[in-house]
Design a protein around this ligand. Structure first.
Ligand SMILES: NC(=O)c1ccc[n+]([C@@H]2O[C@H](COP(=O)([O-])OP(=O)(O)OC[C@H]3O[C@@H](n4cnc5c(N)ncnc54)[C@H](OP(=O)(O)O)[C@@H]3O)[C@@H](O)[C@H]2O)c1
Length: 288
Protein backbone atom coordinates (compact mmCIF):
# COMPACT_ATOMS: atom_id res chain seq x y z
CA UNK A 1 0.00 0.00 0.00
CA UNK A 2 1.20 3.51 -0.91
CA UNK A 3 0.37 6.52 1.30
CA UNK A 4 0.18 9.77 -0.72
CA UNK A 5 0.53 12.95 1.37
CA UNK A 6 -0.35 16.35 -0.11
CA UNK A 7 -3.34 14.74 -1.86
CA UNK A 8 -5.10 18.15 -2.06
CA UNK A 9 -1.99 19.83 -3.51
CA UNK A 10 -0.43 20.23 -6.96
CA UNK A 11 1.97 17.28 -7.13
CA UNK A 12 0.24 14.98 -4.61
CA UNK A 13 -3.15 15.49 -6.30
CA UNK A 14 -1.69 14.52 -9.67
CA UNK A 15 0.08 11.50 -8.12
CA UNK A 16 -3.32 10.30 -6.84
CA UNK A 17 -4.91 10.74 -10.31
CA UNK A 18 -2.07 8.82 -11.98
CA UNK A 19 -2.11 5.94 -9.48
CA UNK A 20 -5.90 5.74 -9.77
CA UNK A 21 -5.69 5.66 -13.58
CA UNK A 22 -3.14 2.82 -13.51
CA UNK A 23 -5.18 0.82 -10.96
CA UNK A 24 -2.38 0.96 -8.36
CA UNK A 25 -3.69 0.65 -4.77
CA UNK A 26 -2.99 3.77 -2.66
CA UNK A 27 -4.34 5.77 0.25
CA UNK A 28 -4.65 9.57 -0.02
CA UNK A 29 -3.83 11.64 3.07
CA UNK A 30 -5.31 15.05 3.91
CA UNK A 31 -5.18 17.12 7.10
CA UNK A 32 -8.85 18.17 7.46
CA UNK A 33 -11.90 15.91 7.88
CA UNK A 34 -13.80 17.77 5.13
CA UNK A 35 -10.90 17.18 2.67
CA UNK A 36 -10.92 13.45 3.54
CA UNK A 37 -14.69 13.41 2.93
CA UNK A 38 -14.29 15.06 -0.51
CA UNK A 39 -11.57 12.58 -1.54
CA UNK A 40 -13.76 9.67 -0.40
CA UNK A 41 -16.75 11.02 -2.30
CA UNK A 42 -14.47 11.01 -5.37
CA UNK A 43 -13.99 7.28 -4.82
CA UNK A 44 -10.56 7.27 -3.15
CA UNK A 45 -9.38 5.45 -0.06
CA UNK A 46 -8.58 8.54 2.05
CA UNK A 47 -7.31 9.06 5.58
CA UNK A 48 -6.75 11.94 7.99
CA UNK A 49 -3.12 12.87 8.74
CA UNK A 50 -1.65 16.18 9.86
CA UNK A 51 2.12 16.70 9.94
CA UNK A 52 1.60 19.32 12.67
CA UNK A 53 -0.07 16.63 14.84
CA UNK A 54 2.31 13.64 14.57
CA UNK A 55 -0.09 11.57 16.75
CA UNK A 56 -2.42 11.41 13.69
CA UNK A 57 0.25 9.80 11.49
CA UNK A 58 0.41 6.28 12.98
CA UNK A 59 -3.14 5.48 11.85
CA UNK A 60 -2.57 7.05 8.41
CA UNK A 61 0.60 4.99 7.92
CA UNK A 62 -0.81 1.66 9.16
CA UNK A 63 0.06 -1.23 6.75
CA UNK A 64 1.76 1.12 4.26
CA UNK A 65 4.89 -0.05 2.45
CA UNK A 66 5.78 3.21 0.70
CA UNK A 67 5.07 6.87 1.52
CA UNK A 68 5.01 9.87 -0.83
CA UNK A 69 6.19 12.86 1.22
CA UNK A 70 5.52 16.47 0.24
CA UNK A 71 4.91 19.61 2.28
CA UNK A 72 4.68 23.26 1.22
CA UNK A 73 7.66 25.57 1.80
CA UNK A 74 7.01 27.24 5.19
CA UNK A 75 9.09 27.85 8.32
CA UNK A 76 7.50 24.60 9.69
CA UNK A 77 8.68 22.38 6.84
CA UNK A 78 11.67 20.83 8.64
CA UNK A 79 9.60 19.95 11.74
CA UNK A 80 6.74 18.56 9.60
CA UNK A 81 8.84 16.34 7.34
CA UNK A 82 11.18 15.01 10.04
CA UNK A 83 8.09 14.15 12.16
CA UNK A 84 6.67 12.28 9.15
CA UNK A 85 9.94 10.40 8.52
CA UNK A 86 10.19 9.37 12.18
CA UNK A 87 6.53 8.27 12.24
CA UNK A 88 7.02 6.24 9.04
CA UNK A 89 10.04 4.52 10.55
CA UNK A 90 8.03 3.63 13.68
CA UNK A 91 5.14 2.32 11.53
CA UNK A 92 7.49 -0.02 9.63
CA UNK A 93 7.21 1.75 6.25
CA UNK A 94 9.87 0.38 3.87
CA UNK A 95 10.59 3.47 1.74
CA UNK A 96 9.83 7.19 1.48
CA UNK A 97 9.71 9.01 -1.87
CA UNK A 98 10.32 12.66 -1.01
CA UNK A 99 9.94 15.85 -3.03
CA UNK A 100 13.12 17.80 -2.38
CA UNK A 101 14.67 20.54 -4.55
CA UNK A 102 17.47 20.63 -7.13
CA UNK A 103 19.12 23.55 -5.33
CA UNK A 104 19.06 21.89 -1.86
CA UNK A 105 22.19 23.01 -0.04
CA UNK A 106 22.82 23.66 3.67
CA UNK A 107 24.71 26.86 2.79
CA UNK A 108 22.10 28.25 0.38
CA UNK A 109 20.73 31.77 1.04
CA UNK A 110 17.29 30.41 0.00
CA UNK A 111 15.43 29.18 3.12
CA UNK A 112 13.66 26.16 1.54
CA UNK A 113 16.85 25.07 -0.27
CA UNK A 114 18.57 24.88 3.15
CA UNK A 115 15.57 23.11 4.69
CA UNK A 116 15.36 20.47 1.95
CA UNK A 117 19.09 19.72 2.32
CA UNK A 118 18.63 19.19 6.07
CA UNK A 119 15.53 17.00 5.61
CA UNK A 120 17.29 14.96 2.88
CA UNK A 121 20.11 14.30 5.33
CA UNK A 122 17.63 13.28 8.06
CA UNK A 123 15.91 10.89 5.63
CA UNK A 124 19.14 9.31 4.37
CA UNK A 125 20.25 8.60 7.92
CA UNK A 126 16.86 7.50 9.34
CA UNK A 127 17.34 3.78 8.68
CA UNK A 128 14.44 3.59 6.20
CA UNK A 129 14.53 3.19 2.38
CA UNK A 130 14.42 6.43 0.40
CA UNK A 131 14.15 7.96 -3.07
CA UNK A 132 14.80 11.68 -3.49
CA UNK A 133 13.12 13.65 -6.28
CA UNK A 134 14.86 16.98 -6.84
CA UNK A 135 12.95 19.18 -9.29
CA UNK A 136 14.12 22.57 -10.53
CA UNK A 137 11.72 25.55 -10.41
CA UNK A 138 8.15 24.80 -11.48
CA UNK A 139 6.61 26.14 -14.71
CA UNK A 140 3.43 26.54 -12.64
CA UNK A 141 5.16 29.47 -10.81
CA UNK A 142 4.42 31.54 -13.94
CA UNK A 143 0.70 31.37 -13.06
CA UNK A 144 1.43 33.87 -10.22
CA UNK A 145 1.91 36.45 -12.99
CA UNK A 146 -1.06 35.63 -15.20
CA UNK A 147 -2.67 39.05 -14.55
CA UNK A 148 0.33 41.15 -15.70
CA UNK A 149 0.92 38.64 -18.55
CA UNK A 150 -2.64 39.15 -19.76
CA UNK A 151 -1.76 42.88 -19.90
CA UNK A 152 1.44 42.26 -21.88
CA UNK A 153 4.14 42.15 -19.16
CA UNK A 154 6.13 39.34 -17.54
CA UNK A 155 7.64 40.80 -14.35
CA UNK A 156 10.76 39.21 -12.80
CA UNK A 157 14.14 40.01 -11.26
CA UNK A 158 16.23 37.29 -12.91
CA UNK A 159 18.19 39.49 -15.37
CA UNK A 160 19.56 37.14 -18.03
CA UNK A 161 19.54 34.15 -15.64
CA UNK A 162 17.88 30.99 -16.92
CA UNK A 163 16.18 27.92 -15.43
CA UNK A 164 15.50 24.39 -16.73
CA UNK A 165 11.82 24.84 -15.71
CA UNK A 166 9.88 21.64 -14.99
CA UNK A 167 6.12 20.99 -15.15
CA UNK A 168 4.73 19.66 -11.83
CA UNK A 169 2.65 17.13 -13.81
CA UNK A 170 5.93 15.51 -14.94
CA UNK A 171 7.31 15.55 -11.39
CA UNK A 172 4.12 13.70 -10.35
CA UNK A 173 4.56 11.27 -13.26
CA UNK A 174 8.03 10.34 -11.98
CA UNK A 175 6.72 10.10 -8.41
CA UNK A 176 3.89 7.72 -9.42
CA UNK A 177 6.40 5.60 -11.37
CA UNK A 178 9.01 5.26 -8.62
CA UNK A 179 6.32 4.77 -5.93
CA UNK A 180 4.95 1.73 -7.74
CA UNK A 181 8.25 0.16 -8.91
CA UNK A 182 11.16 -1.52 -7.14
CA UNK A 183 14.71 -0.54 -7.98
CA UNK A 184 14.69 3.11 -6.91
CA UNK A 185 15.89 2.71 -3.32
CA UNK A 186 18.80 5.02 -2.48
CA UNK A 187 18.36 6.96 -5.75
CA UNK A 188 18.41 10.75 -6.17
CA UNK A 189 16.78 12.04 -9.36
CA UNK A 190 17.27 15.63 -10.56
CA UNK A 191 14.14 16.51 -12.57
CA UNK A 192 14.09 19.25 -15.21
CA UNK A 193 12.22 20.22 -18.33
CA UNK A 194 13.85 19.65 -21.74
CA UNK A 195 15.33 23.16 -22.17
CA UNK A 196 16.88 26.04 -20.27
CA UNK A 197 15.00 29.31 -20.69
CA UNK A 198 15.59 32.86 -19.53
CA UNK A 199 12.71 35.29 -19.09
CA UNK A 200 13.03 36.73 -22.60
CA UNK A 201 12.65 33.20 -23.99
CA UNK A 202 9.70 32.50 -21.67
CA UNK A 203 8.00 35.77 -22.74
CA UNK A 204 8.52 34.82 -26.41
CA UNK A 205 6.78 31.44 -25.93
CA UNK A 206 3.90 33.05 -24.03
CA UNK A 207 3.50 35.75 -26.74
CA UNK A 208 3.24 33.09 -29.46
CA UNK A 209 0.51 31.18 -27.61
CA UNK A 210 -1.62 34.08 -26.32
CA UNK A 211 -1.23 35.91 -29.66
CA UNK A 212 -0.34 39.28 -28.18
CA UNK A 213 3.07 40.66 -27.33
CA UNK A 214 4.29 39.87 -23.78
CA UNK A 215 7.47 41.72 -22.77
CA UNK A 216 9.84 40.69 -19.98
CA UNK A 217 10.14 43.46 -17.40
CA UNK A 218 13.28 43.11 -15.26
CA UNK A 219 12.02 44.92 -12.14
CA UNK A 220 14.02 46.50 -9.31
CA UNK A 221 13.88 44.21 -6.24
CA UNK A 222 11.57 46.44 -4.10
CA UNK A 223 8.96 46.56 -6.88
CA UNK A 224 9.11 42.79 -7.41
CA UNK A 225 8.81 42.30 -3.64
CA UNK A 226 5.67 44.47 -3.59
CA UNK A 227 4.20 42.52 -6.50
CA UNK A 228 4.77 39.19 -4.74
CA UNK A 229 3.05 40.54 -1.62
CA UNK A 230 0.13 41.78 -3.76
CA UNK A 231 -0.24 38.31 -5.33
CA UNK A 232 -0.79 36.85 -1.84
CA UNK A 233 2.66 35.59 -0.82
CA UNK A 234 3.60 35.80 2.88
CA UNK A 235 6.46 38.06 4.03
CA UNK A 236 8.67 34.97 4.63
CA UNK A 237 7.89 33.50 1.19
CA UNK A 238 8.42 36.86 -0.55
CA UNK A 239 11.83 37.32 1.05
CA UNK A 240 12.91 33.81 -0.03
CA UNK A 241 11.59 34.21 -3.58
CA UNK A 242 13.43 37.50 -4.08
CA UNK A 243 16.71 35.87 -2.96
CA UNK A 244 16.01 32.82 -5.15
CA UNK A 245 15.28 34.81 -8.31
CA UNK A 246 17.47 37.91 -7.88
CA UNK A 247 20.57 36.19 -6.48
CA UNK A 248 20.49 32.49 -7.39
CA UNK A 249 18.76 32.48 -10.81
CA UNK A 250 20.15 35.86 -11.93
CA UNK A 251 23.58 34.54 -10.87
CA UNK A 252 23.23 31.60 -13.33
CA UNK A 253 23.20 28.87 -10.67
CA UNK A 254 20.50 26.55 -12.06
CA UNK A 255 21.29 23.07 -13.41
CA UNK A 256 21.27 22.00 -17.07
CA UNK A 257 18.46 19.71 -18.39
CA UNK A 258 18.83 16.12 -17.14
CA UNK A 259 16.32 14.10 -19.25
CA UNK A 260 15.60 11.88 -16.19
CA UNK A 261 11.83 12.28 -16.69
CA UNK A 262 11.92 10.54 -20.07
CA UNK A 263 14.41 7.91 -18.89
CA UNK A 264 12.28 7.00 -15.84
CA UNK A 265 8.78 7.18 -17.37
CA UNK A 266 9.36 6.48 -21.08
CA UNK A 267 7.66 9.75 -22.12
CA UNK A 268 9.39 13.07 -22.78
CA UNK A 269 9.06 15.93 -20.30
CA UNK A 270 6.66 18.72 -21.23
CA UNK A 271 8.31 21.77 -22.77
CA UNK A 272 7.57 25.32 -21.63
CA UNK A 273 5.54 25.80 -24.83
CA UNK A 274 3.42 22.72 -23.90
CA UNK A 275 2.82 24.22 -20.44
CA UNK A 276 1.78 27.62 -21.83
CA UNK A 277 -0.55 26.01 -24.41
CA UNK A 278 -2.23 23.98 -21.62
CA UNK A 279 -2.79 27.20 -19.61
CA UNK A 280 -3.56 29.46 -22.58
CA UNK A 281 -6.91 30.69 -21.26
CA UNK A 282 -5.44 31.69 -17.88
CA UNK A 283 -2.62 33.72 -19.49
CA UNK A 284 -4.77 35.22 -22.21
CA UNK A 285 -7.65 36.61 -20.18
CA UNK A 286 -6.87 36.49 -16.49
CA UNK A 287 -8.55 39.85 -15.99
CA UNK A 288 -11.16 40.06 -18.70
N1 LIG B 1 7.72 25.94 -6.53
C1 LIG B 1 8.86 25.49 -7.03
O1 LIG B 1 9.36 26.02 -8.02
C2 LIG B 1 9.53 24.29 -6.41
C3 LIG B 1 10.70 23.79 -6.99
C4 LIG B 1 11.32 22.65 -6.42
C5 LIG B 1 10.77 22.05 -5.29
N2 LIG B 1 9.62 22.56 -4.75
C6 LIG B 1 9.04 21.91 -3.56
O2 LIG B 1 7.78 21.34 -3.90
C7 LIG B 1 7.00 21.22 -2.71
C8 LIG B 1 5.60 21.79 -2.94
O3 LIG B 1 4.91 20.92 -3.81
P1 LIG B 1 3.43 21.31 -4.34
O4 LIG B 1 3.55 22.49 -5.27
O5 LIG B 1 2.75 20.08 -4.80
O6 LIG B 1 2.78 21.83 -2.98
P2 LIG B 1 1.27 22.32 -2.70
O7 LIG B 1 0.47 22.33 -3.97
O8 LIG B 1 1.40 23.59 -1.92
O9 LIG B 1 0.69 21.15 -1.77
C9 LIG B 1 1.08 21.01 -0.45
C10 LIG B 1 0.24 19.92 0.17
O10 LIG B 1 0.67 19.74 1.53
C11 LIG B 1 -0.50 19.73 2.35
N3 LIG B 1 -0.19 20.16 3.73
C12 LIG B 1 0.08 21.40 4.16
N4 LIG B 1 0.25 21.41 5.50
C13 LIG B 1 0.05 20.12 5.90
C14 LIG B 1 0.04 19.50 7.17
N5 LIG B 1 0.29 20.17 8.31
N6 LIG B 1 -0.22 18.16 7.25
C15 LIG B 1 -0.48 17.46 6.10
N7 LIG B 1 -0.50 18.00 4.86
C16 LIG B 1 -0.25 19.32 4.78
C17 LIG B 1 -1.44 20.72 1.67
O11 LIG B 1 -2.75 20.52 2.17
P3 LIG B 1 -3.86 21.72 2.24
O12 LIG B 1 -4.60 21.65 0.93
O13 LIG B 1 -4.70 21.35 3.40
O14 LIG B 1 -3.11 23.01 2.43
C18 LIG B 1 -1.25 20.29 0.21
O15 LIG B 1 -2.01 19.14 -0.09
C19 LIG B 1 7.75 22.02 -1.62
O16 LIG B 1 8.45 21.14 -0.77
C20 LIG B 1 8.72 22.88 -2.43
O17 LIG B 1 9.87 23.25 -1.69
C21 LIG B 1 9.00 23.66 -5.28
Amino acid sequence: MILVSGATGGIGGEVCRLLEASGTPFRAMARKPEQVETLRRGGMDAVLGDFDRPDTLAAALRDCDVMFLVTPPTPDQFAQETAAIDAAKRAGVGRIVKISASDGNVRSPVPWARTHALIDHHLRSAGIGWTLLKPTAFMQNFLWFKDPVSRGFLPQVTGTGSVSWVDTRDVARVAATVLSQDGHEGATYFLTGPETLDMKGAARHISEVVEHRVRYLNLPKPLFRALLRLTGNSRWMTKGLVVQFADVVAGHHDIDPTFEIERLTGDRARSFADFVRDHREEFAKANS
